[in-house]
Design a protein around this ligand. Structure first.
Ligand code: NAD
Length: 491
């Protein structure tokens, strides 16, 4: 694109939202944004005008934009990793995970030509002699709102689908991951014209300002409560939404397992990014017969991964901000701490922590933990565990560790969750063939691989009739042909 419009730089000369008290009770990190109320409307109108030119419909245009995005990520790789590390004090490798969308870009580039092909379908008898097909069409202007925990990949992954499907997009990164928000804005403004794709940086107010406008789709990743706010705002314009939300993801552990692998995989999935992962096991629900052995295994793997002093481990992240640090600290008051519990508000460090003697009524069991604290509860029989899970909001992820096929089948059939993973954790998120998303309170709609393209398309049904003949059967007067029409209708 020849002309570059740098929305956040041109408009961002003041401190519209910097240093304000956030609704989380903490201080929202300074964001250089100062907009007139009409700026967002102007941006949207610019995008509508650009979309109306039809350029984004062109397949070569879409492929070129995907290449541009891939190249921009490559050029800014170090800056992206450094921004994520600055925001979340992540280990190098875990910061590198943020570049995962590159694989999604490659996949979209490889398959786009087949995805966009109209799909011919068989016309039913009553439609003959017409031909029928399904035509994937872009939606228009989409809004993508992202959270702070995987701040780069959770905004770029949906963007890939938006581009591939031929849309214009406005991106709203999380204001809490302030360094990543800036680098996203920088990359996007250098790579795309703002009338095609742009970033609007800012916090809750900015998000609400955007949500007041009409979009053709809103793709939101964040907490369940904010998801409700997003859906309510979208309803005013009947805007369709994808909601990638959170919640408590249970991890059931049966007594028929390979115990060492089980413990290792739970600790890995729980403590990457210091537990600030939407599909991290939120709590363990273990068969009482092996509870003590499992606890020993979990302790062993905490020590193996992070040493006796995780605070000095180069492989252990920190909590994003003081608000979340304080929220998590409250959880430490429940039950008995088996291992961990040490913390340092200055460095926002909370040790990998296992807690025992937790009741279902404790506050730690009422909301998503989203941090490095793992409560361990027990059950006597699987039916009891299933009943407990089914009495609560539908989880984003459900984990079962068991060799027993019948128990696996029971969990598969008797519970509902966005994703289900047997004998491992978190891995169901990766890959391109498994759509990822929630169900019920954990979300609406899924993405990854082709599913991301599907999210941002309308599959339009098309019927084309011929002028070569005109079968008289369906027209009045019906007398004498009702019986035939009725038979055809039932074909
Ligand atoms: P959040 O819901 O607080 O914020 C997400 C986005 O919404 C941010 O950009 C924020 O600015 C905006 N926002 C916040 N409050 C708003 C309001 N009142 N009105 C309008 N917009 C508002 O979430 P978070 O704290 O950034 O992220 C953590 C949550 O996200 C967890 O619940 C986690 O499980 C969930 N999550 C889900 C997935 C998934 O793929 N399903 C992935 C990552 C995180």
């Amino acid at each position: 694109m020849s002309e570059q419009t740098h929305f956040s730089r041109e408009q961002g000369t003041g401190n519209g939202e910097s240093g304000v008290k956030s609704r989380r009770g903490g201080v929202t990190p300074p964001v250089t944004v100062n907009r007139q109320p009409s700026t967002i409307q102007y941006l949207i109108q610019q995008q509508r005008d650009f979309f109306a030119t039809g350029q984004t419909q062109n397949i070569q245009f879409r492929l070129t934009q995907l290449y541009h995005l891939k190249q921009a990520i490559a050029v800014h790789e170090t800056a992206i990793i450094n921004a994520v590390k600055a925001d979340l004090s992540r280990p190098d490798l875990e910061a590198y995970f943020e570049l995962a969308p590159v694989a999604e870009i490659n996949y979209a580039i490889k398959h786009l030509k087949s995805w966009v092909k109209p799909q011919k379908v068989r016309a039913s008898f009553s439609q003959l002699p017409a031909s029928t097909w399904i035509y994937p069409q872009p939606l228009g202007i989409v809004l993508i709102i992202a959270p702070w925990n995987y701040p780069f990949q959770l905004i770029i992954s949906p963007l890939i689908g938006a581009i591939a499907a031929g849309n214009c997009a406005i991106l709203k990164p999380s204001e809490i991951a302030v360094n990543t928000s800036k680098i996203i804005s920088d990359i996007i403004s250098k790579t795309f014209n703002s009338e095609y794709i742009t970033v609007v940086e800012g916090g809750v107010e900015t998000s609400q300002e955007l949500l007041a406008e009409k979009f053709d789709h809103i793709f939101f990743t964040g907490g369940t409560k904010v998801g409700q706010i997003v859906m309510e705002a979208a309803a005013k314009h009947l805007t369709p939404v994808t909601l990638e939300l959170g919640g408590k993801s249970p991890c059931i552990v049966d007594d028929n397992i390979q115990l060492d692998y089980t413990a290792k995989r739970i600790i890995w999935g729980k403590f990457i990014n210091a537990g600030q992962t939407c599909i991290a096991p939120d709590y363990v629900l273990v068969n009482s017969r092996i509870k003590s052995e499992l606890i020993l295994g979990l302790q062993k793997w905490i020590q193996t991964f992070f040493g006796d002093h995780p605070e000095t481990s180069p492989d252990y992240s920190r909590i994003i901000n003081l608000f979340h640090f304080n929220r998590l600290e409250e959880f430490l008051k429940a039950g008995n701490i088996i291992i961990g519990g040490q913390r340092n508000a200055e460095t926002k460090y909370i040790a990998p922590t296992l807690i025992d003697h937790i009741s279902w009524d404790d506050s730690i069991m009422q909301e998503e933990i989203f941090g490095p604290i793992l409560p361990i509860l027990e059950y006597q029989d699987l039916g009891e565990a299933i009943a407990k899970i089914n009495s609560r909001p539908k989880p984003l992820a459900l984990y079962l560790f068991s060799r027993n096929q019948d128990k696996q089948n029971r969990i598969l059939q008797e519970t509902s969750s966005g994703t289900l993973c047997f004998n491992d954790t978190v891995l169901q998120f990766g890959g391109k063939s498994l759509p990822f998303g929630g169900v019920g309170e954990s979300g609406i709609g899924s993405y990854h691989g082709k599913a991301t393209f599907d999210r941002f398309c309308h599959y339009k049904s098309v019927l084309k009739q011929t002028f070569l003949l005109d079968l008289p059967l369906r027209y009045a007067p019906y007398k004498g042909k009702e019986w035939l029409i009725k038979r055809i209708l039932m074909q």
